[in-house]
Design a protein. Sequence first.
Length: 821
Amino acid sequence: METGDIISRIRITLRGKVQGVGFRPFIYNLATDLNLTGWVANTGQGVVIDAEGPLSNLDAFLYRIEEEKPPLAHIQGLEHTYLQPEGYTIFEIRESSEGTAKSFWVLPDVATCGDCLEEMFEPQNRRHRYPFTNCTRCGPRFSIMTALPYDRPNTSMDRFEMCGACLGEYEDPQNRRFHAQPNACPQCGPKLSYLDAGGTKQTGGDDALMRAVEALRDGCTVAVKGVGGFHLMADATNEEAIGQLRKRKQREEKPLAVLFPDFESVQQVCDVSSMERRALLSPEAPIVLLHRKNNSLPDNIAPGNPYLGALLPMTPLHHLLTRELGRPVIATSGNLSEETLCTQNDEALQRLDTMADGFLVHDREIVNHLDDSIVRVVLGREMVLRRGRGFAPSTFPITRHWGFGSVDLQVLAVGPHMKNTVALYKDGEIALSQHIGDLVSPHSVTTFQNTINTLTRFYEIQPELVVHDFHPDYASTRYAEDRDMPRDAVQHHFAHVLACMVDNEVPPPALGVSWDGSGYGLDRTVWGGEFLLVTEEGFSREGHFRSFMLPGGEQAVREPRRAALGLLYEMLGKQVFEHNDLMSSLRWSPPEHDVLCGMLDKQINAPRTSSAGRLFDAVSALLGLGNHNRYEGQGAMRLEFATGIFLSPKETKTGPVRSPAREPWISEEEILGTSRNLAAPFLSGIPWSDERYTFRILEMESGKSPAEAVHRYTYVVDWQPMIEEILSDLARRREVSEIATTFHHTLADIVVGMAQLVGEPRVVLSGGCFQNRVLTEMTVTALREAGFQPSWHQRIPPNDGGVAVGQILAALQKEAPKTMV
Ligand SMILES: [Zn+2]
Ligand SMILES: [Zn+2]
């Protein structure tokens, strides 16, 4: 079946000037024209549309809203989610509901609107080339807010007194700038300065802009103060300049985002689908991951990566800068590695002085830091990988599906350790913070604390319960422990699954497939390849990948070859060290070899893990794709790219996949003989095979861990036959792209196999591994073909950026029975 024919449902939430401008009748006519059923209503959040019909009609509906909207309407934010159909029979305009309290309404920042852009480039206009032009339809919001309500005295524009002309606009109800809180002009508003590397002011105003442009043309790195923080910029066509930026930022290979002057210039470099185009040009203006169609830009922007993170100018300053330069620039966050973003001028001078040759700054203070948001289109839907500028902060309603719509409790969830975000709960709504970053430095921890303080103040929440990760050593866990209030610990992978269920409004029960790098398990081992059955009461660990040792622990995260060695050791034991061919491809030095040997044999500093992320790493290293990860998830990305699949299923053209030679089934004795982790004898081995690699799902008697307490048996997914077949494919020099593709297909089939065993129709895919487009698309396709209802992430990130939402939900699940009357 063509995916376009599937009956689906889309929920669209629109912010902006969409009320009182004939918007609902417009939506009614458009929906009826496209044979859609459902409803439209005004709510406290804006206009909410719930429409149902064939998927291709829903896509057309989405695009046509923006293209054909009434002349007086202006869209400042559009978020959408595809959901399971409800079975509507008509389309109706529903009565307005008060909905969300105003206090829950903190506006995200909006990219420059068309009218402001036009004015800036009119020579006669009083805002000609003014980099801080804005109006009620566009401009900074959350990034400049110090308090609610959103009025000028509660923003960092407070210190700028409006001139007569600006005040006239501000007070005129007919004017586009009526009550535009950041309203400003060259006479009265913020001004640019250009500082040298030492922080000395060189020049101001338009000259400052031109100095920055010159510096970029000369191959220099310039720190530019943007909406929610500093970017480090360099000419994206200058390989040497990019190399210098990488060196200074100590960022060896992690992809750098590219800011293009306009949409046409993006199209010259990348393939852009209609959904990707929509995202690029949206008021949220995120970074969109696009497939490169040629090598017109230097490879060191994203070494070995067929994708490019592209974004379009989001402020007048960025429009001016890129137009003057006439070419794309690197725009990477102004920070060292994964620390939080730099926002203050003094701080930038201190923290970035070794990285930048000059600073383009201004005197409008950034109050709340905001990284650029990141979006990837998967299966024709947006998947937000990072929620920052344009999206944050944002709220997600807990729907009636969960059965506890109004838990009378205010909750703070402090999130995980890496890619931290925090979340708050009050009155049936979850508020999710902007991306904070890895809590690995004092600066990041301070930003984390400030973000909690700001959001609790903005949303007027006094938490009565704090929720944290089950891991005892996270900075976020320690913060929670220091609070004088009741606490709940939530298992990491459970939180992932719940976040995806909130995102897709999937009610329990559902099978959660939670695959990522690592998370602290209830049995105090490292989990990461989990199958969790989520019910109204909580979860049970139905299954997981067969575990293996990671020699060197944390170090294995940076060296996929260590995961490969651990995997091989699990299969072959000591003998692995005699396989010269296998060992030499992992390139150990003799001393390393001895140390690793000792770790594995004595089981010292070699924690066991069921991590799917590490399984990806291991296979990536075995295929010779790289022994070292220069950034998180690189091994898995290499494996995804090695498939050579860059299009969605209905467009995909893959070559014939040869069926690998079948290894005979390994007997139960052999498995027992090689897997010391299998403490209890398994009861039955259920083979799953098709034209992919072979895998087996074993039914094991559970240990006594609390996770498995409710279950006598747990399924263990054994990857050994697959790895053996991969090794034999390698030995006979099968194409790496074919092996990588078959590996992905096999993992998709593993999910189907587990889903069939567990027997829940709803299957939810979460965790960092499902940022992998090939894996997600294959798994969803395979699940659908087998009759399941798969859900994956859309608005809430599948990576750790979504964990805080799941933490909230886990706490509510536990507390709801106590607070409901
Ligand atoms: Zn505007
Ligand atoms: Zn003015």
